[in-house]
Design a protein around this ligand. Structure first.
Ligand SMILES: [Zn+2]
Length: 248
């Protein structure tokens, strides 16, 4: 089952999805939602049933991880986060790494949106994608923690899988995710080519260049200059010319 955190907004669609998942080892929570939403927390606790087993975190953003510590306090359930989880102030019960299987769920480390991002795959080809693939919008990949090279690489990874549906951190169920992920990747590659073409002849600022690129076949609300910078850094890492970009 799903419950949605009460945090609708430009970046979150209707809010952040919390999933309650039955496994061979009990019932797991995937993403707790925000700590400020006490009604959402109560709904999660009410849905845990007689055999709750743990709290899985896709990544450290507060709308996904925020309530995990208090949920642990209220339920005694262990919290599982990525090995790359960046918050030293929080001590999880266990760290998860790519390829590990927990209660029948396979862990996929999918950095890009952020470095500690995880997806969770059920054996029946259902994939929980957090903010790596969302069904309502393109994911934000913002430096310093976001990495466009990693994001594209892990979009490719999901395209090569045979998941039949994705359950994202924001937005509705996404059936047939591969064509959608291909479209997301193609859109990124097209933008990158356009940016480089523009900069080949015209030295420009990040801000000005970002303003030129607003077209997108998949709905996007804005084109953050940080993401522009990340495309340029990705290109630089691939030995393309980037020296014409004046960063401001
Ligand atoms: Zn996020």
């Amino acid at each position: 089952m799903t419950d949605v955190t009460n945090n609708p907004g430009e970046m979150t669609y209707h809010g952040t999805n919390t999933y309650i998942v039955d496994t061979s080892e009990g019932r797991f929570i995937i993403d707790s939602g925000r700590v400020e939403d006490s009604l959402h927390l109560d709904a999660i606790i009410d849905s845990l049933g007689p055999n709750p087993a743990g709290i899985l975190v896709t990544h450290h953003h507060s709308d996904h991880f925020g309530a995990a510590p208090i949920l642990r306090e209220r339920t005694g359930l262990p919290v599982y986060v990525s090995q790359a989880f960046p918050d030293d102030a929080f001590q999880p019960d266990a760290f998860l790494e790519d390829g590990e299987v927990i209660a029948g769920l396979t862990v996929l480390h999918t950095p890009g949106h952020v470095s500690d991002h995880l997806c969770f795959a059920r054996p029946d080809r259902v994939l929980f994608t957090g903010d790596h693939i969302m069904s309502w919008n393109s994911s934000i990949v913002s430096p310093p923690d976001g990495n466009m090279h990693d994001y594209c690489a892990h979009l490719k990874r999901l395209i090569e899988r045979d998941d039949k549906i994705c359950l994202p951190g924001h937005g509705p169920v996404l059936p047939h995710p591969q064509p959608y992920a291909k479209k997301l990747l193609a859109n990124r590659m097209r933008r990158e080519a356009e940016i480089l073409e523009h900069l080949a002849d015209t030295p420009d600022t990040v801000k000005n260049t970002a303003a030129l690129f607003t077209r997108n076949p998949i709905r996007i609300l804005r084109w953050p200059p940080n993401e522009m910078l990340r495309h340029i850094l990705k290109s630089f890492s691939q030995n393309r010319e980037w020296h014409r970009m004046e960063i401001s």
